[in-house]
Structures are given as structure tokens and as C-alpha cells.
Design a protein around this ligand. Structure first.
Ligand code: SAH
Length: 251
């Protein structure tokens, strides 16, 4: 059996209990060495084979995992954060389906959750935004035209931008062209939950300068929106006058 496991955003104790158990039992671990904290490998079984997928192609990853699984060994494919965002996960699952190799997926804490924790922020504030857009600027991977930053920025919602920390001048320009005011609050979270985590609070127009000052060019998320500001409405759910299925409201 092959287990795809979300490693979490960095801190080794932010993996799930299930993920940690699978890692401890694994005969083979293929981990994304570019972003997964290697401390997660410390508790592995003696004799466990370890591969760093940063130096491997999809075909090479499969050529390690498939024979091992067919021999009855427990394989863990360890992805950064959760495999469901920017994980190149689907192509692996499809190849395993085609080869008739069973697998399961164990979710992880995505870096956008780690970033919110570092910021002590809530993306979905009443009266501010009830939507979180997870996106990226195109790099060598294209982004569909209808998902260009300008088009998404037009919603004015909370935005989390992955894989784009190296081009913040362009990002600012496009966020503003899409409709965010230049002074909209923004934050750069570098290596959320790692020991060298940095939280840089700035504005949409200040992103490039703030990152240059702190020498951040990668492994960062850009968060944008009024959720980083001071004002919002309190929740209905915990309002004393509000009746829910669990609680009678008081006048
Ligand atoms: N599957 C991962 C994302 C992989 S894409 C997840 O769920 O988080 C890699 C990008 O994610 C990086 O370029 C960066 O933008 C972001 N990222 C991953 N880990 C991060 C962390 N600890 N802090 C900030 N950004 C991170």
C-alpha cells in the first residue's frame, strides 16, 4: 500500500497523528526535500529506504514506489503541507490507478493555515470577506486566463498567493490593477511554523520593498485583504441575541 501523507507546513509536530504513525511504520519514504522538514524522518524504522523527490522525475518516483508496494512494503509519499494544493498529486494517483496499485491519502496542515496561525488572523471575517482565494501567478506553469491575478483581485476577498514571492513588484501592480486599493493590508509569511519563520506586515503597494528588506524571495505566502485590518463585525453564532439549533437567544 502507498500512503500519500501531508507533512504539514514545517514544524515536525504539525503532522497528523495518522501521518506520524505511517511514517514510523514505513519501509520506504519518498519525501519532497525542497520543502518538507527533514526532522520528520528522524523517527523512521531502521532499514527504511529514503528518497528525496526534489531530484526525481514523476517516472522515477513511480519506479521507486510501485515495485515496493507490489512487494508488500509500506510506502509513504510525503508531501509538503497538504497534497491537494500544488502537490502534483493527481498525476501520481492516476499512474497508480493505471498500474492497479492501491493507495490512500492522509491530509496535512497546508501552509495557508500555518500562515494564518503565524499572523494570528482569520481569513473569513463577517463584514469583511467570506471567501478565501488560493492562487498563484503563472511561472513556467501557466494559469488559465480567467484566473489571472487582476480577475481574482476584483472580488476584493481574502487572497493567499503561493509560489510567487520572487515577483512581488508585478504582483502588487496586478493586485492594484484588479481593484485592491494600494493601502490594502498585506502580509508576507516566510517559512510559516519553521524556526526561522518571518511575518512581514505591509500593504499591497509595499510588498516588493518589504520582501527585499527582509531578503525573502521564496518559501513564502503572500496574503492580502481587509482580514488583516482592524475592523470587522462580530459573529452571529456567538451573539447573545441569536438563536441557533443549540442555544436560545436572549433579548
Ligand atoms: N502543498 C503545499 C504547497 C506546495 S507549493 C501546501 O499545502 O502548503 C510550494 C509553495 O507553498 C511555496 O512556494 C510557498 O509559496 C508555499 N509554502 C509552502 N510551505 C510554506 C511555509 N511553511 N511558509 C510559507 N509558504 C509556504
Amino acid at each position: 500500500m502507498i500512503h500519500f501523507v501531508g507533512a504539514g507546513p514545517g514544524a515536525p509536530d504539525l503532522i497528523t497523528v495518522r501521518g506520524a504513525r505511517l511514517l514510523a511504520e514505513a519501509d520506504v519514504i519518498v519525501y519532497a526535500g525542497s520543502l518538507v522538514n527533514p526532522a520528520l524522518l528522524d523517527g523512521r524504522k531502521e532499514g527504511c529506504a529514503v528518497y528525496d523527490s526534489a531530484q526525481m522525475t514523476l517516472e522515477e518516483v513511480l519506479s521507486v514506489m510501485v515495485p515496493a508496494a507490489q512487494e508488500g512494503r509500506l510506502v509513504v509519499r510525503l508531501h509538503t503541507g497538504d497534497p491537494c494544493v500544488y502537490g502534483a498529486h493527481r498525476e501520481q494517483m492516476d499512474a497508480l490507478d493505471a498500474a492497479g496499485v492501491p493507495y490512500e491519502v492522509c491530509p496535512g496542515v497546508s501552509s495557508f493555515c500555518g500562515a494564518a496561525a503565524a499572523l494570528r488572523a482569520e481569513y473569513t471575517l463577517p463584514g469583511v470577506s467570506q471567501t478565501v482565494i488560493l492562487t498563484r501567478m503563472e511561472g513556467r506553469t501557466p494559469v488559465p486566463g480567467r484566473e489571472q491575478i487582476e480577475a481574482l483581485a476584483a472580488h476584493g476577498s481574502s487572497m493567499v498567493i503561493f509560489l510567487s514571492a520572487g515577483r512581488l513588484g508585478e504582483l502588487s501592480r496586478r493586485l492594484i490593477a484588479g481593484g485592491y486599493a494600494p493601502d490594502t493590508p498585506a502580509a508576507i509569511v516566510y517559512k510559516a511554523t519553521w524556526p526561522d519563520e518571518k511575518v512581514i506586515r505591509t500593504t499591497v503597494s509595499g510588498l516588493a520593498e518589504a520582501a527585499a528588506k527582509e531578503q525573502v524571495t521564496k518559501t513564502a505566502l503572500i496574503t492580502v485583504g481587509g482580514f488583516l485590518g482592524a475592523s470587522y463585525e462580530r459573529s452571529k453564532l456567538y451573539d447573545p441575541s441569536f438563536t441557533t439549533g443549540f442555544r436560545e437567544g436572549r433579548a
